[in-house]
Design a binder for this molecule. Sequence first.
Ligand code: WT7
Length: 654
Amino acid sequence: MSTTEKDPHGVYPPSPEFVRHAHVQGIDGYRDLYRRAEQDPEAFWGEIASEQIHWFEKWTRVLDWQPPFAHWFVGAKTNVSYNCLDRHAASHRKNKIAILWEGEPGEHRHITYQELLRLVCRFANVLKARGLKAGDRSIIYMPMVPELAVAMLACARLGITHSVVFGGFSAEALKARIQDLGASVVITCDGGYRRGKEVALKPAVDEALAAGECPTIKDVIVYKRTGSNVSMTSGRDSWWHELDAALPDSADFCPAVELDSEHPLYVLYTSGTTGKPKGILHMTGGYLTHVTATMKWVFDLKDSDTFWCSADIGWVTGHSYVVYGPLSAGATTLMYEGAPDYPQFDRFWKIIARHRVNTFYTSPTAIRALIRQGDQWPEAHDLSSLRLLGSVGEPINPAAWEWYYRVIGKGRCPIVDTWWQTETGGMLIAPMPGAVPLKPGSGTLPMPGVIPDIVDFHGYPVEPGREGFLILRRPWPGMIRNIWGDPERFKEQYWTKVPGAYFTGDAARCDSDGYYWILGRVDDVMNVSGHRLSTMEVESALVKHPFVAEAAVVGKPHEITGQAVCCFVTLKKGHASEHEKLGKELRQWVAHEIGAFARPEEIRFTDALPKTRSGKIMRRLLREIVSSNTVSGDVTTLEDLSVIANLAAQTDED
Ligand code: WT7
């Protein structure tokens, strides 16, 4: 392959070699698709859906759009599990590896499409035998083992709406999700491995279900991963392998239920601007079409590719680009259980070399953390199998981009910087790598059918090149359909700011080439290691502590994780001493309330929080304090200026 050369303006056009083999070739190829989708979105998506997805019954209309409620492929019947498995098992892909799994301790499993279909059917039959059926809800709380994907696909096969809860969430967070969803089954593991240690999961399930606080749960199914001792509650808990062993031989097959295109596939909880996480609802046909199409457009997927997205399946990236997108597109998807730095800093590079990975999709946080360890780690491995790199979750800074491009991609591999959200289901702004010249730090151009705009406070488009709020003017197939159980919040959060348009919550700028530059969140949502976390959620956790009177939380710029959680805390009378000990305790408290990934970097104690005269905490000021330790701007509405002076003078108490 020839080298992709950088032009003097920092634009990286695709190499002729890459273009020659790409699904979408050259900027005209992109523009043609984009124009067709813009002119007649229904015809465009109807064609994509017919070509790429199996339907038991076709739609009567591609789209029924009654803002903010969309129905895609109205009246059509399909099944996600069928599309991910049966159709490939009945093709030349029957013996192709579907899931290539590497456990953290070093085991490997190579599961073919045929075998994955069998595993999914057997587990679907287990669920069926427990009386579970379409319309029921399940919670899946598992580490990155193939059975996590098996559980998702088995639920999808029967029409059981699943909600995967990331294994890093605490028992408290798990309980809140079980209750909100009204789930009847929890599918879990004894534990998983992370940095050589066991992360116990079953005890957290027991804690969440204790004291009858989750009365809807009838069943807990436990997959044995670590073999450690767990307690099993009789009448409620069963071992996966025992239920499997009790199945008849005929259980190797279980027909996929022909589901409505708008059947709820999954709910994924994410942080909003309040203390309560919101259950983002995704449906069947539109979501499947969107994630399948973007596999081809953005990852330029080839049948021979080994595709690796390093995200945990507990986040949307893992749903769409570890499980559903790759499997629907018939890819070999690599799944790795553990940490990038275990047992050494070259684990990712070792995996790429060993399995001859062709496409690698990861987060800027992971890249920055690995840069810090030095080039000797990637340089010790043969990374020549790579042909495409990807980035997701947060803006990628030019230095990290450059390193990823030179040291990992050896200047041969385009980097697709993909902007999207839990709510969008799949990518919305991302380059087609054989068509769109790259600019480091920009997600480049919108996907076909996506009509972004940048608007001011009043909802009017800003002048070209100016910053503003990123909105989306048209519905797209993978879009959020509702917030589980809270349509009012759904309308209010996304659809009222600019009537008829979707409000992303991100600030952005569009340059003179039409490239989008995402600048970050405009609401009280932090982005820590590419994971969304609400300031209010952390604040609610802190004020539950008996010593805490008030708390204000802001994101602080962080070299590796993008942002880090920084908390300002006022204590109740009589607890003013021992800041150091209490700081540690509060950090642990938040980890227990939400999950280890939410553990604050910093706790600052203060006598009072800066508030406006109407009593609102001035987060903008706090953000300035943590970013620069100086304060500027208009503080005339401040109740007590001395509070600011004290906060700025104080250094990290923790
Ligand atoms: C928020 C969504 C998309 C799956 C992972 C995160 C930020 C995401 C990018 C990117 C700049 C990005 C945005 C967005 N974000 N991708 N390529 N460049 N920012 O999903 O937890 O729903 O978070 O992540 O701020 O709104 P999420």
